[in-house]
Ligand binder design. Structure first.
Ligand SMILES: C[S@@+](CC[C@H](N)C(=O)[O-])C[C@H]1O[C@@H](n2cnc3c(N)ncnc32)[C@H](O)[C@@H]1O
Length: 284
């Protein structure tokens, strides 16, 4: 019988905007873990959750060198978190994480769809009443995250969240000038991410044409991101959601928005400082 070839690990080559994101996560993880490691906060058990964890390392497009990915940055945070949850759906990346952290009792590595694993296995262990607190990174390539996960995080006031809002995937596959040609599964991915189909009202306006009224794209990237910021506050229930940071490529185009949301005003304050520190880095 022919042997099935083992899938090889392929590292991502990341642009400098990803390196900016990693520096933001590094700075905030340190600030967060420092606060929860203080003697006055001893009753808390603070955890780090990386829902789209990746391989743990990447190749920098800028230098060609291997750089730390978010799981490695988080696990190296000093002072450390009490517990880490790293999730990825790609087995070669899970294996890579196992090689890095398999001997650490404080690191749990999960293989599978983070939408399921977050709801069934991770979030139920980060409850307010149990003095659990957490920092969570939701960093999909595109529209792979479901709103019910975002909402579940917002409903329990225990977690600070960074969220990659994948506007490039939305523009490429969903927000066409004329929405008639958009594939049904892309519409479904968009609705699953947004939580309902109110994204259509934000994005499109009905205009009269010779052939009757038609929908046309009316909103720009910032208007769509602002509407999502409102949803995080009003529908998901996050009390503090600063303006997101637009992450741009070398041509100035927005690749994604990095959102932050938290139950605590002080967290918003810290992150706004960190966003300001990195806002113009790499911009040409
Ligand atoms: C942008 S990369 C993560 C990069 C990482 N956060 C970092 O900064 O180092 C996205 C990862 O999500 C994984 N992924 C895609 N869909 C997923 C899903 N539904 N559940 C869990 N992981 C998923 C991919 O295999 C990939 O490794």
């Amino acid at each position: 019988m022919a042997k099935r070839k083992k899938k090889q690990l392929k590292l991502d080559e990341v642009g400098y905007w990803s390196e900016v994101k990693l520096d933001i996560v590094r700075d905030y993880a340190k600030a967060y873990s420092t606060i929860f490691s203080a003697p006055a906060q001893r009753k808390f058990h603070h955890v780090y959750i990386d829902s789209f964890a990746g391989a743990g390392i990447h190749i920098s497009k800028t230098t060609g060198e291997v750089i730390e990915g978010s799981p490695l940055i988080a696990v190296s945070t000093d002072p450390p978190f009490k517990e880490y949850h790293l999730i990825d759906s790609d087995i070669t990346r899970v294996d890579s994480l196992q090689r890095m952290f398999g001997n650490r009792r404080d690191v749990r590595i999960h293989h599978g769809d983070c939408n399921e694993i977050m709801l069934s296995d991770v979030l139920p262990h980060v409850r307010y009443k149990d003095f659990r607190r957490g920092l969570c990174l939701l960093d999909p390539y595109g529209l792979h995250l479901r709103w019910d996960v975002i909402r579940a995080i917002g409903q329990e006031p225990t977690i600070d969240m960074f969220l990659n809002f994948p506007i490039a995937d939305m523009n490429r596959n969903v927000f066409w000038r004329n929405p008639e040609g958009v594939a049904q599964d892309d519409i479904e991915r968009m609705t699953a991410f947004w939580g309902d189909d109110s994204w259509r009202e934000v994005t499109y306006q009905t205009v009269p044409t010779l052939f009757g009224p038609e929908d046309e794209k009316a909103a720009d990237n910032d208007a769509i991101a602002n509407a999502f910021q409102e949803r995080l506050r009003k529908v998901a229930g996050f009390k503090n959601v600063p303006d997101p940071m637009p992450m741009r490529n070398s041509k100035g185009a927005i690749v994604y928005y990095l959102f932050f949301a938290s139950p605590k005003p002080v967290a918003q304050h810290i992150v706004s400082h960190i966003f300001d520190k990195y806002r113009n880095r790499g911009a040409t």
